[in-house]
Design a protein around this ligand. Structure first.
Ligand SMILES: *Cc1c(COP(=O)(O)O)cnc(C)c1O
Length: 371
């Protein structure tokens, strides 16, 4: 027997997650420098100086295992979120937390539900656990924001086997979000054999009165799991720290499958420092708001349709298959993200960079599109 025949059925059919192209890879391939990468929703500000200080201070202890329970970071997060430390589960990125949720609750007799064009990790962790992924079509623009999650379509697809509903709020790669009232009502009506994961990876960036903070609903909704990350607004993508906030009961279950040392000591210390750095977070958000305006204006001026975004990225329509535009941008030294694997073959997703990076991207796009 070949190894592929020995693999679990869910694993056999898996396609690995496709990350944004690393700068070093493009340098190797094309022999160019001064590359602008706007492909992975990374923070253009660089890391918080406080996080860097914490890392330097922690280097002398590299021979020691980290605190597997991450006492100090969980305490800091608990204070920050006004919950108890036993409601927090840390992950090696929130990806790790999503996988823990799938491993804890899904089997080959269960279903997980997520939206069309939703974050790619939901189908991957679902399929790897042997469960069936069910896709709810997104809004077509008549009842809610085009490409946004359609909660009526979710509702209609809940069966007695549905164990998890994954909701990205806001969603990547569409940048759409759900209004507070409709999301709350949907969660309230969820049957009790069903858990809801609200993925708030871009929470800190969202500036809209109709946006919710799902952590506030945890006392009322025992089946709720909220995930967040230090990879985006807190600028620590390389260190891999994310977390779930849930009931203590769910946290206890997730902790049973969690690898004992899944976050490193440097990551824990840096995350705690970044959490305390209010100036850094405010500057991140301000740069993002400016950049969103800059990019939206550029798309409008050029007659390029884009999906209005509340995150740190924008997805825009190039009006034809986007692969050649993506490739041509690479030759201009600009890396964006093709999203055909999200069912959006004519769109590209660009991360909001700083003003200079955005300008380089816009100028490269003009050359590539002949504008
Ligand atoms: C970036 C992102 C994450 C976070 O990933 P990490 O593993 O924490 O780096 C989670 N969910 C969505 C929707 C994202 O876009």
């Amino acid at each position: 027997m070949k190894p592929i025949d020995l693999a679990l059925p869910g694993v056999k059919a898996l396609t690995p997650y496709q990350p944004g192209k690393p700068i070093s890879e493009l340098e190797r391939e094309l022999g160019i420098t001064n590359i602008v990468k706007l492909a992975s929703n990374e923070n253009p500000l660089g890391p918080s100086p406080k996080a860097l200080e914490a890392i330097v201070a922690g280097l002398k202890d590299l021979h020691l295992y980290p605190d597997g329970s991450a006492f100090a970071l969980r305490q800091a997060l608990a204070n920050h979120l006004n919950v108890s430390p036993n409601q927090i589960t840390l992950g090696n990125g929130s990806n790790d937390v999503l996988e823990m949720v799938a491993r804890t609750f899904l089997s080959d007799s269960s279903e997980a539900l997520f939206s069309e064009h939703a974050f790619a990790v939901y189908p991957i962790v679902t399929q790897a656990s042997g469960a069936k992924g069910v896709v709810a079509p997104c809004h077509d623009g008549s009842q809610g924001p085009k490409y946004g999650h359609n909660l009526d379509a979710f509702q209609q697809r809940i069966t007695p086997n549905t164990k998890i509903v994954f909701i990205a709020n806001p969603n990547n790669p569409t940048g759409t979000f759900l209004g507070r009232e409709s999301l709350y009502r949907f969660l309230l009506n969820l049957p009790d054999h069903c858990l809801a994961v609200i993925d708030e990876a871009y929470f800190e960036y969202v500036d809209n009165d109709d946006y919710s903070n799902a952590v506030e609903w945890l006392n009322e909704l025992p089946n709720l799991i909220v995930t967040r990350t230090f990879s985006k607004a807190y600028g620590l993508a390389a260190l891999r720290v994310g977390y779930a906030v849930s009931s203590p009961e769910i946290a206890d279950l997730l902790n049973r499958v969690r690898q004992p040392f899944n976050t490193s000591s440097l990551a824990q210390d840096a995350a705690r420092a970044a959490l305390s750095d209010r100036n850094y977070l405010e500057l991140s958000i301000a740069i993002n708001n400016q950049g969103l305006k800059q990019l939206e204006q550029a798309f409008r001026q050029r007659g390029l349709e884009y999906i209005p975004s509340v995150g740190n990225f924008i997805t825009f329509d190039v009006g034809r298959l986007a692969t050649s535009v993506y490739e041509a941008l690479l030759h201009e030294g600009v890396i964006v993200r093709p999203i055909a694997n999200y069912g959006l073959p004519n769109h590209l997703r660009v991360t909001v960079g700083n003003q200079d990076q955005n300008r380089v991207f816009i100028q490269a796009l003009d050359r590539v599109l002949g504008l």
